[in-house]
Design a protein around this ligand. Structure first.
Ligand SMILES: [Fe+2]
Ligand SMILES: [Fe+2]
Length: 265
């Protein structure tokens, strides 16, 4: 997991944090397990209720408080480690998806010649953009059909809102939380009014990379089939994303899809 650590120079204090001791590896893993179990408890509390933004943000607050009482003050890179370890416990395909999307974002930025401080934030956001899926039970994430309208909504909108609020409460920067909150903005899944600003270039890169990976590595909630690079580019071209970003993505050599990689987005 050490290769996943991302530092972008901002200390983080989860709300309610009291301690400043550095965390050892064992404590980090225990914290990841705690985060995972608290997220699952949050889901069991809301599974019979329509997942409104208020309910999701309240649950995110409870989860953040539980973690803060365990770890206190924590550097952002350590918190990212906890989030990724928790995702590894919960749903490894989503962890791999996040890593591929982060790498794709970096490569697109390199191709555009815009790799700078904003790209560091973009990559930091990309690697945790689906954190909200910690809320959603694995069987729902892996289920391809027979989902109820409420389950579909909690997967599509719930993971976005829960992740957005969780990262905000954890003290991630506004830039990172905004990128995460926008990552389905062009897919009809971004709850209106969450962020009232146009989507930045970095936000568009994240959306393009997320779509591309979901399509070429198998798309959840549909049929688990994989698209070729050509088909994926055609589909992404229909989104209101700057042409240069799509051209940059198209020019990259990307590994072909493997049936062994489980779909997620
Ligand atoms: Fe997502
Ligand atoms: Fe995603």
């Amino acid at each position: 997991m050490s290769g996943l650590l991302i530092t972008y120079g901002r200390s983080h204090t989860p709300r309610g944090g009291l301690r400043t001791n550095p965390l050892g590896k064992r404590e980090l893993k225990t914290s990841a397990r705690l985060l995972h179990s608290r997220c699952q408890e949050a889901y069991s509390l809301i599974r019979t209720t329509p997942p409104t933004e208020q309910i999701l943000s309240t649950q995110a607050e409870k989860v953040a408080q539980a973690l803060a009482s365990k770890i206190g003050t924590c550097e952002t890179n350590l918190l990212t480690y906890i989030l990724l370890t928790s995702m590894q416990i919960h749903h490894t395909p989503t962890l791999h998806h996040q890593k591929r999307v982060a790498e794709l974002c970096r490569r697109i930025s390199d191709e555009l010649g815009t790799n700078n401080g904003k790209t560091t934030l973009l990559v930091a956001a990309a690697v945790i953009h689906d954190t909200g899926k910690l809320l959603i039970p694995t069987n729902l994430l892996d289920q391809r059909q027979d989902l109820s309208p409420s389950e579909i909504r909690i997967i599509k909108e719930g993971h976005l809102l829960f992740g957005f609020h969780l990262l905000r409460l954890f003290g991630y920067s506004e830039e990172v939380t905004e990128l995460v909150g926008h990552h389905h903005a062009m897919n009809g899944n971004n709850p209106e009014g969450l962020i009232n600003r146009p989507i930045s270039t970095e936000g568009q890169i994240l959306i393009a990379a997320d779509h591309f990976d979901a399509l070429t590595n198998g798309r959840g909630y549909r049929d688990g089939n994989f698209s070729t690079k050509k088909v994926a580019i055609e589909e992404i071209s229909r989104l209101p994303i700057e042409r240069e970003i799509i051209d940059a993505l198209e020019s990259l050599a990307v590994p072909s899809a493997s049936a062994g990689r489980t779909r997620t987005r």
